[in-house]
Design a protein around this ligand. Sequence first.
Ligand code: GLP
Length: 243
Amino acid sequence: MKFVIKDTYEEMSRDACRIVIEVIKNKPNALICFPTGSTPIRMYELLVEANKKGEVDFSQVRVRSVDEYVGLPASHNQSYAYFLNHHLLGKVNVKPENVILLETCSKDLNDICLEYQKQIENDGGIDLYIDGVGENGHLGFNEPANEMILDYHVQGLAEETRQVNARFFNSIDEVPTTAISIGVNNILAARKSLFLANGEKKAEAWRRFKEDRNITSWFPLSFLHLAKNCYALLDKQAAKYIL
Ligand code: GLP
């Protein structure tokens, strides 16, 4: 893991945007998993601006999902699909046929996971994986648990994650209890991965990562000790214990 610490959220987002552009310049049809959450929002704004100015071309970029709530259709404003369309895909020149997102309402969930996993493998794997991290160290929706699942899978959500994400819904009762999430091996197999974090709320998770060199499924972030070409891009507040 290589750490890059920036003074502000803005600088962190600019660096993230620069890295995405660099990956696409090197491989115009890069297969990229983009995250949800509040952390990447500025990065998306900057990518949209860069695309408008002709500094990055999404026309061959292939986009796949990190995760998706079970039971929320793409039209639901808290679904992964809606979020990504709203912040990025609907605003850049990506081609619809290059975007394959998880749909969790149509058929058997385990079949959806198997097919999605196979498709990513057939497509040659992930070139760039970008994500935030949960305050509890979750990756995608890989929650602390007594096992980590390698491939795309159905995942029960931790109560703390539901509570943190309840701010986006009318009440906690509306927050789904289950999601489909990328597996930890998909993340580790990505040719490059980038983890963004800003603000003090994430500082404890990164302190634990840095100080504790054990890997445990009770702290999913710890699996990133095994990742090869992996960057943590943090602002000063998220990095306050590791500076
Ligand atoms: C959700 C996503 C994660 C993301 C996390 C961080 O739980 N499934 O992939 O890392 O949000 O959210 P935020 O950026 O709002 O802190």
